[in-house]
Write a protein that binds this ligand. Structure first.
Ligand SMILES: Nc1ncnc2c1ncn2[C@@H]1O[C@H](COP(=O)(O)OP(=O)(O)OP(=O)(O)O)[C@@H](O)[C@H]1O
Length: 287
């Protein structure tokens, strides 16, 4: 299975100027999770809106290898940013409503709706009204509506916004369990969400791909450029203003700073193993 995005460009007019929100974006995706990472304005939502057919592209092409005669959109499940729901529906009725909208009619509609809810750990909440759901439960219901009809390509836009740590972990586990035989695109600026589940990380900025690869490859590309130093607490702000500091931990009296820099930031600094967060700081500065 292959989704091929080739030379996609989209521009907007700002004042008197045309500005590219996406520029010659080219990527081939196969089964597994792709993490789209980039700062605000990088072009993530524009890309997703084009793949999902919400907006048109100026040029470029989208091709899906397993579509048969059906349109690509019939193979797509989508969870948009900031999704909302009908509060008075139960979870099961909502899923059945989505089934109707997608014209998906398995032999036993109730059983199928429950099986979808089971996959996002909402089976026992099937008859509860959505108005009583927590933020995390609603996000999982968002995943559930996306998988109705068993689409081969799933897209999630900023899916963990506002979730607590426990729900984030739950979300990641659900995504991992779905990804084996699907193409999953996960757009976010929360690095840890991607660090745990993405087989491929796509770093975007200014409408372009800055780097793409497995997390380990991206980390090893900046090997030797992440350092640790110890600093007195009154010097921390100065370091932060001069250097790209990806982390600062205090032991009460002193700080251990993690610094991303091409060159030795200070005598005595030791190199440490880069993480995906360091990679983002390296390419984007603060996200
Ligand atoms: N309808 C529009 N009209 C004009 N400019 C737009 C429009 N939509 C997006 N842009 C511009 O295109 C660029 C990419 O925006 P986009 O929303 O795709 O980025 P993003 O990576 O999704 O950012 P965020 O994380 O903030 O949602 C930005 O410079 C944005 O201002």
């Amino acid at each position: 299975m292959q989704l091929t995005l080739e030379h996609i460009t989209k521009s907007y007019t700002k004042g008197k100027k045309r500005k590219n929100a996406l520029e010659d974006f080219t990527l081939t995706l196969t089964e597994g999770v792709y993490g789209l990472l980039g700062p605000n304005g990088a072009g993530k939502s524009t890309l997703i809106n084009i793949i999902t057919g919400i907006i048109g592209k100026d040029s470029g092409s989208i091709a899906f290898s397993d579509g048969g005669d059906n349109s690509f959109l019939s193979h797509l499940g989508f969870m948009p940013q900031g999704m909302d729901f009908y509060r008075n529906f139960t979870a099961k009725d909502y899923i059945k409503y989505i089934m109707a909208l997608k014209k998906y009619s398995p032999d036993n509609a109730d059983e199928y709706a429950l099986s979808v809810l089971d996959r996002v750990n909402l089976h026992s909440d099937a008859d509860k009204k959505i108005g009583a759901f927590s933020g995390g439960m609603k996000q999982r219901l968002g995943i559930a509506q996306a998988i109705v009809g068993e689409p081969k390509v799933l897209i999630f836009d900023e899916p963990t916004a506002g979730l607590d740590a426990k729900e984030r972990i739950r979300f990641r586990n659900v995504i991992s369990s779905l990804a084996a035989d699907k193409i999953v695109i996960l757009a976010t600026h929360i690095v840890t969400d991607i660090a745990y589940v993405a087989k491929t990380v796509v770093l975007m900025n200014g409408g372009k791909i800055i780097k793409t690869g497995a997390q380990e490859e991206l980390c090893s590309d900046i090997s030797g450029k992440v350092w640790e130093i110890t600093a007195e607490s009154d010097k921390v702000m100065e370091y932060m203003s001069r250097m790209r500091v990806s982390n600062a931990v205090s032991d009460g009296s002193k700080y251990t700073l993690r610094i991303v820099s091409d060159n030795l930031p200070e005598q005595g600094a030791k190199t440490v193993q880069p993480t995906l967060e360091d990679v983002c700081i390296y390419y984007f500065g603060d996200m």
